[in-house]
Design a protein around this ligand. Structure first.
Ligand SMILES: [Zn+2]
Length: 456
């Protein structure tokens, strides 16, 4: 949350060769795929425009061949399709399925309710909701992400006691429709987690949502627990804002060292310049949020090749937040929002100028009264408002994000060997990033989940 690697063996499982042969033999009749149909036969997608994330450019009239959930070719002309299913997206811009590197599918904060706020909503989730119901709610939210064109997410904590692992597995075994998930389990945090204000006798409640770390030895133990519970990534809190206690550099360094032994990447919640610096010194792989950054800390991030995931709110999300919160003094709010925007713009500009790798992450956990997947995409609109160009924005949510998740060549790209995670939008992306709202087609792993393209 805001006031805050290894490739998954499941994702890298090779496809059995005998199934490839069987499905090639089954390619008999030319026919478009219906929604929900698995592309076990050969499918050819005609793309009017195609975003090539490796080149950072748009290409005209490309043909993508899909077999058994994977892309097997991208060409400028259609070879003899031999009875393949043809999907005509000639009127649209086709992109790799979007990637969101920072979600909380099992947590949603209501805005404006009396007593609401990060801490009390988290306590309510623990005390009144519970892991099973949270996972079911998470499943519904995961579907909104998929339908919004976000085919991969990295879910970074606030999922109870490994309920995020359960949701990931249910999506993967096909029980639930949702984005591919990489999950962290409970974030590793200093005393209290992100639950400020608990009475002393209720402090242990934080253990239900976070893995409270007390010392270097305990830090190593926490990583091992998470490893055996099947996480894909370790989330650590360099600060636990809005709470005050912080892990030491030594504790985080021990976490990083132990995680890297198993090829697990470490993502650090770090809001302030001090906590970003601590996380960088400890050797984490990414810092999340990073709302305040000195030039020295940016140099440190650069030297250590650390990704930054700026979780920014777009102007329309901020306006919606204010509206729902029932705040009345509009002038004061306007001033606050303006200074927040200027701060975000300044940080993002300096990150870009210094060539820091940026991956997109929505930190979507606010209930803005709209499908969560839809509001999650607005982080990309926030980047545009801070002066980032369309091609750079698309790279933050494709190839950069794939690198950050260590899923390079599998997601965030449409090329031979990648997953067939393919979306299409209507309108000119080059002119306006917000046409990402106009999703017309979503395929994940060769299966069609959304198809509102004309005539289909
Ligand atoms: Zn977060």
């Amino acid at each position: 949350m805001r006031s805050p690697q290894a490739s998954s063996p499941r994702m890298s499982r090779p496809f059995p060769a005998f199934l490839l042969i069987l499905s090639a033999a089954a390619a008999l009749h030319p026919q478009a795929l219906a929604i929900g149909e698995q592309a076990s036969r050969t499918t050819v997608i005609k793309a009017g425009r195609l975003f090539d994330s490796e080149k950072g450019a748009f290409l005209d009239n490309q043909y993508i061949t899909v077999q058994n959930g994977r892309v097997v070719g991208v060409e400028a002309s259609m070879k003899d399709p031999k009875g393949a299913n043809i999907i005509d997206l000639g009127k649209y811009t086709v992109l790799p399925g979007l990637i969101d590197c920072h979600t909380h599918l099992l947590f949603l904060e209501k805005i404006g309710r009396q007593g609401s706020g990060l801490s009390s909503e988290s306590v309510a989730a623990l005390v009144f909701e519970g892991d099973a119901l949270r996972a079911l709610h998470g499943a519904a939210r995961a579907k909104t992400f998929l339908e919004a064109g976000i085919t991969t997410v990295q879910d970074l904590g606030n999922g109870g006691q490994f309920a995020d692992v359960a949701l990931r597995d249910a999506i993967e075994d096909g029980s639930v429709d949702g984005s591919r998930m990489r999950v962290s389990g409970p974030g590793l945090s200093a005393e209290g987690g992100q639950l400020p204000g608990l009475l002393y006798r209720h402090l242990p409640l934080a253990n239900d949502e976070y893995r409270i770390v007390r010392g270097v030895d305990d830090a190593v133990a926490a990583v091992r627990e998470h490893l055996v519970m099947g996480v894909d990534v370790i989330k650590v809190y360099a600060d636990s804002a809005p709470n005050v206690a912080r892990l030491s550099v030594a504790e985080m360094a021990a976490i990083v060292k132990e995680a890297h032994r198993y090829g697990l990447r470490v993502s650090a919640h770090a809001v302030s310049d001090t906590s970003v610096r601590d996380a960088a010194l400890a050797g984490v792989d990414s810092v999340e949020h990073a709302y305040s950054l000195s030039d020295e800390t940016i140099q440190l991030l650069k030297e250590k090749n650390i990704f930054v995931v700026p979780t920014l709110l777009s102007s329309d999300s901020l306006a919606r937040y204010v509206e729902l919160s029932g705040e009345v003094d509009k002038d004061v709010i306007k001033k606050q929002l303006q200074s927040m925007h200027e701060r975000n713009r300044d940080v993002l500009q300096r990150l870009m100028k210094n060539g820091i790798a940026i991956a997109s992450g929505s930190d979507e956990y606010l209930d803005l009264n709209m499908p969560q997947g839809q509001s999650a995409k607005r982080v990309l609109y926030a980047y545009a408002e801070c002066g980032m160009g369309v091609l750079d924005i698309l790279r933050t949510t494709s190839i950069n994000a794939a690198k950050q998740l260590r899923l390079e060549n599998k997601v965030g790209v449409i090329k031979t060997g990648s997953f067939a995670d393919i979306i299409a939008v209507e309108g000119s992306l080059e002119k306006d990033i917000r046409v990402l709202d106009n999703i017309r087609f979503v395929m994940k792993g060769g299966k069609v989940y959304v198809d509102s393209s004309a005539g289909r």
